[in-house]
Design a protein around this ligand. Structure first.
Ligand code: PMP
Length: 413
């Protein structure tokens, strides 16, 4: 083994990059490593980590349904009825009647003709983009798009041009310059996963029409979060019917795992029959499907959840700003708190944890250099007391690290 390791330090050994990867170890040695922390228990809003009970301020469980007795019971019943897994792809032996029921219900909910499920949100975007954009096509992709969109563009045979985040002037220029005979699709997050900002859907719809392009929204953080009845980012502007394809995930508001794409029947059927991520991967397990069906029902019945989520997001944005924090231009329950340099961010993370709050440390390359941040995100099930404890922890740690001053001003750029 030792010999294998020493040979791996040679540049020509393909493993050399792994044996030379020491960054995580160095940060662990300083006691500041914030990743892969195991949760020993959770009730959704509070979690137990390293024996300590802390408030969860970093989950995508927006509607607070992961620990709801109704979703748990629905999942349990599905386990009893169908067993633990489908052991095959949708194409072959892995389609259950409940998969079809969920596709029908989601198409109806999203006001689109048809829906196709994937086994993760990641696969949904990677697999759909790769399939719909081929040779001689051009993908126009926002620079802040999620990694699964980026990978989808890389594995497609299409040409990809990237525009600066939400920069509609640059997108127009790129569309103007593009081959008018090429097939074109604009792809963007509907709500951006780190900044919490909304895509400029009205302008995107306008540009797509003007330049004969199709529009694809990744609404992973938008369906079940924003828009009329939680119908996503296009619905915020009343433009759902103007968007060609909308994807979503079940790993956030829907308290499960899996993803979906809605659009015109012909396009969905094409993707269903051609996407490698759909055809060559086992289908969503029964309990996951049942959880989403129940969550969709609860979303529609208990409209207070979306109202509460919006109220919480507005409150936290206002209060964090009043303390002096830079929260960028968040427009959703994702609220980034900018800290600055990476190590400072890790120190901040640790102190926040000691104060009883868990948030997610996000560092380059996920964010620009010097803009490391704590990504906070909120749930309809957070109580006022949780929110005030989160704010107090940020205030204390923000003052300690000199990120804010006592007059509610930021001390960083
Ligand atoms: N799209 C966006 C914008 C995301 O943030 C994520 C995951 N955070 C995904 C897609 C992938 O979804 P999943 O984790 O459900 O695979």
């Amino acid at each position: 083994m030792a010999d294998q390791k020493s040979s791996a330090t040679k540049k020509s050994d393909i493993f050399s990059k792994a044996y030379n990867f020491t960054k995580a170890e160095e940060i662990k040695e300083q006691g500041l490593y914030p990743y892969f922390k195991p949760l020993h228990a959770t009730d959704g809003t509070t979690v137990k980590i390293e024996g300590r009970k802390v408030i969860m301020a970093g989950s995508n469980n927006y509607l607070g349904l992961t620990n709801d007795q109704r979703t748990i019971t629905a999942a349990q019943k599905a386990l009893e009825k169908y067993g633990t897994g489908c052991t095959g792809s949708r194409y072959l032996n892995g389609t259950l009647d409940s998969h079809l029921e969920l596709e029908d219900k989601l198409a109806e909910f999203m006001n689109k003709e048809a829906c196709v499920l994937f086994s993760t949100g990641y696969q949904t975007n990677e697999g759909s983009i790769q399939t719909i954009a081929g040779r001689n096509d051009i993908i126009f992709s926002d620079k802040d798009n999620h990694a699964c969109i980026v990978v989808g563009t890389l594995v497609s045979n299409a040409k990809t041009v990237r525009y600066q985040h939400n920069d509609m002037d640059q997108l127009r220029k790129l569309l103007e310059r593009a081959d008018p005979d090429a097939g074109k699709i604009i792809v963007t997050d509907g709500v951006f996963s780190m900044s919490g900002t909304l895509a400029n859907v009205p302008e995107l719809v306008k540009l797509a029409k003007e330049f004969d392009a199709r529009l694809y929204l990744d609404d992973a953080h938008a369906v079940g979060v924003v828009g009329e009845g939680g119908r996503g980012s296009a619905s915020v502007f009343g433009l759902t019917d103007q968007v060609d394809l909308i994807s979503g995930t079940f790993s956030k508001s829907f308290a499960s795992l899996g993803g979906f794409l809605v659009g015109d029947k012909q396009v969905i059927e094409f993707i269903r029959h051609n996407s490698p991520a759909h055809i060559f991967s086992a289908s969503m397990p029964p309990a996951n499907v049942a959880t989403v069906l129940k969550a969709l029902e609860i979303l529609q019945e208990e409209t207070w959840r979306l109202d509460r989520l919006e109220e919480i997001a507005n409150y936290m944005r206002k209060e964090l700003r009043a303390l002096g924090f830079n929260v960028w231009s968040s427009q959703s329950p994702i609220i980034p708190v900018v800290i600055g340099e990476m190590m400072k961010c890790f120190e901040f993370w640790k102190d926040l944890f000691e104060e009883g709050v868990y948030a997610n440390a996000v560092v380059p390359p996920a964010v620009p250099q010097g803009q490391s941040l704590l990504r906070t995100s909120y749930m309809a099930s957070h109580t006022d007391s949780h929110l005030d404890q989160i704010l107090e922890a940020f205030r204390k740690v923000g003052l300690k690290h000199g990120i804010i001053d006592r007059n509610g001003h930021s001390t960083i750029d």
